[in-house]
Design a protein around this ligand. Structure first.
Ligand code: IPM
Ligand code: MG
Length: 360
């Protein structure tokens, strides 16, 4: 198979982790007889430095012409005035929001899975961890508060800021359908998270999710309020299979879910549109404090590349091979600094990439 992959190394640790993911993809290509053609674009702070904007129209168009996008991370220290003392729509993160919207990537899939080998790094008590957990957060990614109308104005001599949270039924329906489709391939349970005791958008969310659920009689649907969900994640994480939620709740809950897996450095993600096209990125950020030091954990990006093979290219066998190689390296006791524990062998970013590639 011949695939056109746009890579976005981005900022901070982005370039080093994308390099390792491409190393692993190249090994897959060699072993299974595929070719991945990479085309690199700038996004985030590096694009601001080069062009004065976090994402150019040309870069977006290049991404649109590709088969899939592999992203490292964007953004830097908020203290970096070159990137942050500017209007919000010119900051590095605005590039990320613009590419999600520009490519219509409304469905964000964030798996949170506890590797047995990393149970030590999980901050929860053993009796709470039980047999471990394996969930997927389905986050709506192109609507809600992050894309609503917003402004700051002065009212009666006081500064006043407004953000708006809007969802229409189609936006809710399409993400709900993705969530139920994924649940059918998993343990057939959807927990839909909202704040229906307060918000109108949540009440509509519930209504539409219930309509969609009628088409999936085999899937068990439960509703959970977001504050309760935040609590349940650290009290009984094993109860979750597919968690379906709107943009901001998903942003917050996916960080929480990732933390209980031991390290945010392990979690991949996929952002999909209606077709097979997707953008794949680690769930973590650009970690500017450790950038360029060979300390970053490349596993989340490598697992994101596996998701790309699975969701965009239908290369399930090859995706399995990457996931098995990651599992093998962990079983053999290799760890990057963020997941290091006693008796294991600490390795850097590049060596971790080599070890995984060698096991494909
Ligand atoms: C994420 C990030 C982004 C988001 C930021 C950087 C805009 O936190 O992907 O979770 O909130 O979507
Ligand atoms: Mg986030």
């Amino acid at each position: 198979m011949d695939c056109k992959v746009v890579t976005i190394p981005g900022d901070g640790i982005g370039p080093e982790i994308v390099r390792e993911a491409c190393k692993v993809l190249d090994k897959v290509a060699q072993v299974y007889g595929h070719s991945f053609h990479y085309n690199e674009i700038l996004m985030g702070g590096c694009s601001i430095d080069a062009y004065g904007v976090p994402l150019t129209e040309e870069a977006l168009e290049t991404a649109r012409q590709s088969d899939a996008v592999l992203l490292g991370a964007v953004g830097g220290n908020v203290g970096n005035s070159r990137w942050y003392d500017v209007a919000p729509n010119l900051r590095p993160e605005a590039g990320l929001l613009a590419i999600r919207k520009g490519l219509n990537l409304f469905a964000n899939i964030r798996p949170a899975y506890l590797y047995k080998e990393l149970a030590e790094a999980c901050p929860l008590k053993k009796e709470i961890i039980g047999d471990g957990f394996d969930m997927v957060i389905m986050r709506e990614l192109t609507g809600g508060l992050y894309f609503g109308e917003r402004h700051t104005e002065e009212v009666d001599g006081l500064l006043q800021a407004t953000d708006t949270l809007t969802y229409n039924e189609n936006e809710i329906r399409r993400i709900a359908i993705k969530a139920f489709d994924i649940a059918m391939k998993r343990r057939k349970s959807v927990i839909s998270v909202d704040k229906a005791n307060v918000l109108d958008s949540s009440r509509l969310w519930r209504k539409v999710v219930e309509e969609v659920a009628r088409e999936y009689p085999e899937v068990k649907l439960e509703h959970m309020l977001v504050d309760n969900c935040a609590m349940q994640l650290v009290m009984n994480p094993g109860q979750f299979d597919v968690v379906l939620t709107e943009n901001m709740f998903g942003d917050i809950l996916s960080d929480e879910a990732s933390m209980i897996t031991g390290s945010i450095g392990m979690l991949s993600s996929a952002s999909l549109n209606e077709s097979k096209f997707g953008m794949y990125e680690p769930s973590h950020g650009s970690a500017p404090d450790i950038a360029g030091k060979d300390l970053a954990n490349p596993i989340a990006t490598i697992l994101s590349a596996a998701m790309m093979l699975r969701y965009s290219f239908d290369l399930d066998k090859e995706a399995d091979a990457i996931e098995a190689a990651v599992q093998k390296v962990l079983t053999e006791g290799y760890r990057t600094a963020d997941i290091m524990s006693e008796g294991c062998t600490e390795v850097g970013t590049a060596r971790m990439g080599d070890l995984i590639a060698e096991r494909i």
